[in-house]
Design a protein around this ligand. Structure first.
Ligand SMILES: Cc1cc2nc3c(=O)[nH]c(=O)nc-3n(C[C@H](O)[C@H](O)[C@H](O)COP(=O)(O)OP(=O)(O)OC[C@H]3O[C@@H](n4cnc5c(N)ncnc54)[C@H](O)[C@@H]3O)c2cc1C
Length: 438
């Protein structure tokens, strides 16, 4: 890749950037890792549950054990849709973990440095160096000093408001503005959390009507409890987030005892203006990794896992030394990420839950095979659109319609149209990936 100061400059040093830097440095590349903030700093605006495939990546780069020591394992997840609650387990001792980002990101940065990367925090990338249409380095301000860092490849791992993506004018596609905000706070874990069978799942994502609320058990013996109000209600939340959050959370019978019987810690955190997208992820001398290139609705808590998996798969593409491999990686990323992107969009859509979805969940609550399939979605092994077979769903809808719930059949056809739409887009993305492979 030519004679330069560093083989690769990675901009952004959290889930995507620090992990990628570790893989690259381990493979022998000389890597400069930059972050604008003093690190490890307070967490980015994000909750922080990680699905098992993300934990696998943490194990590979040598920080999984440290995460396990600090955060409780969550082998059981509860999903609720109106009256139907499904508890499902991961197989073989696998689990979710929800470490504070400051801790996680600090561990990732230490791993990158241990692997041989040079890490400069408080170094903000402000521009790119160009040779005609090729990026050949970055301009940065390091603790008040202007610096330039020539390189063969710049990786933008600088999050959803990526400076690198802006500077290379990476186009967005399938983009839309978030339909929901999110507010959350931490509470001390009450004693009954570990003894009362009603709380045997360590993670809860509950949707009742158009309200979505979550509970994740995190480190320091605390629970992260939050709510995702639709944007139509946001003006009330903005003016008095603490009152709104408290008022909203007591509406949920699973959450109410948790917040009534324990102490809150710290202030309310939240975000109201998100945008979800894919971005063109590669060009001459640059590539985007993690949220910089692809951001999906937080409702399914998958962004960290996605960023870790992207770092793992991008590293060999970079190490091949062939720019073509970066374009292939981009197209493969889209094929892999697309079903969960659309699913997150569907899960977050405001409005009532279709009756057929609640009915399907009530079947899942009774059928171990369906529970296992839900776990495989969070394992990134099964498309969320393949959990329920069309034959089964049609039978449930028809049986309900014959008992007077005609609405179930129209739900069925509407869901079928959505699955066709997802499959059409997936086929188009697969064709682009195949074309890139030649
Ligand atoms: C409300 C909310 C809740 C979420 N909850 C979850 C969840 O529970 N589980 C989950 O898996 N995901 C969740 N996500 C998504 C998750 O936060 C992201 O997908 C993840 O942080 C992406 O990691 P990243 O490394 O790509 O970017 P980031 O974590 O955003 O890191 C980017 C880094 O780049 C640095 N940077 C930015 N600009 C520059 C610059 N010009 N120069 C140098 N450095 C720069 C920043 O300082 C930052 O450290 C949530 C997101 C939101 C908004």
């Amino acid at each position: 890749m030519g004679m330069t100061d560093y083989d690769v400059v990675v901009v952004g040093a959290r889930c995507a950037g620090a992990t990628l830097a570790t893989y690259l440095a381990r493979s022998g590349a000389s890597v400069l890792l930059l972050d604008k903030d003093k690190q490890p700093s307070d967490q980015v605006v994000s909750t922080h549950t990680i699905h098992p495939p993300g934990i696998d990546v943490l194990d590979e780069i040598g920080v999984g054990e440290a995460v396990r020591q600090r955060s409780p394992a969550t082998p059981t997840v509860r999903l609720r849709k109106n009256g139907a609650a499904v508890d499902f387990n991961f197989q073989d001792g696998r689990a979710e973990y929800c470490p504070r980002r400051q801790r996680l990101d600090g561990l990732l940065q230490e791993a990158a440095v241990r692997a041989g990367a040079t890490f400069l925090d408080r170094t903000r990338v402000t521009g790119l160096l160009w040779d005609k249409d090729r990026v050949v380095g970055v301009q940065a301000v390091e603790r008040g000093q202007e610096r330039i860092f020539p390189t063969a490849l710049v990786v933008g791992a600088d999050g959803r408001r990526s400076t690198v993506a802006d500077l290379v004018a990476a186009a967005e596609y399938l983009a839309y503005d978030a339909p929901r905000a999110m507010y959350w706070r931490y509470w001390e874990t009450p004693g009954f959390w570990n003894t009362d069978s009603a709380y045997s799942s360590g993670m809860y994502i509950g949707r009742v009507g158009e309200d979505i609320r979550v509970v994740f058990q995190t480190d320091d013996n605390q629970l992260l409890i939050g709510s995702m109000p639709p944007m139509s209600r946001i003006s009330f939340w903005r003016s008095e987030p603490l009152e709104r959050l408290t008022h909203d959370l007591v509406e949920d019978p699973f959450i109410r005892p948790l917040i009534e019987e324990s102490r809150p810690e710290g202030h309310v955190r939240g975000t109201v203006r998100e945008r979800y997208f894919f971005r063109n992820a590669a060009g001459p001398g640059w590539v985007l990794c993690g949220d910089a290139g692809h951001h999906k609705d937080f409702v399914i808590g998958d962004g960290i896992t996605e960023a870790l998996l992207q770092a793992k798969t991008l590293a060999p593409a970079i190490c091949s030394g062939l720019e073509r491999s970066l374009y292939r990686w981009w197209r493969d990323r889209d094929v892999r990420a697309l079903p969960l992107f659309f699913f997150a969009q569907d899960e977050a859509r405001p409005g009532p839950i279709p009756d057929l979805v609640s009915l399907a969940f009530s079947h899942a609550a009774r059928e171990p095979e369906l529970k296992a399939r839900l776990a495989r979605v969070l394992e990134h092994q099964l498309s969320p659109y393949e959990v329920f077979t069309p034959g089964n769903v049609f039978r449930w809808a028809l049986a309900g319609a014959l008992r007077g719930r005609a609405r179930l059949l129209s739900d069925f056809f509407q869901m079928g149209r959505r699955v066709s739409e997802v499959n059409r887009e997936l086929r188009a993305r697969k064709m682009l990936a195949a074309k890139e492979r030649g």
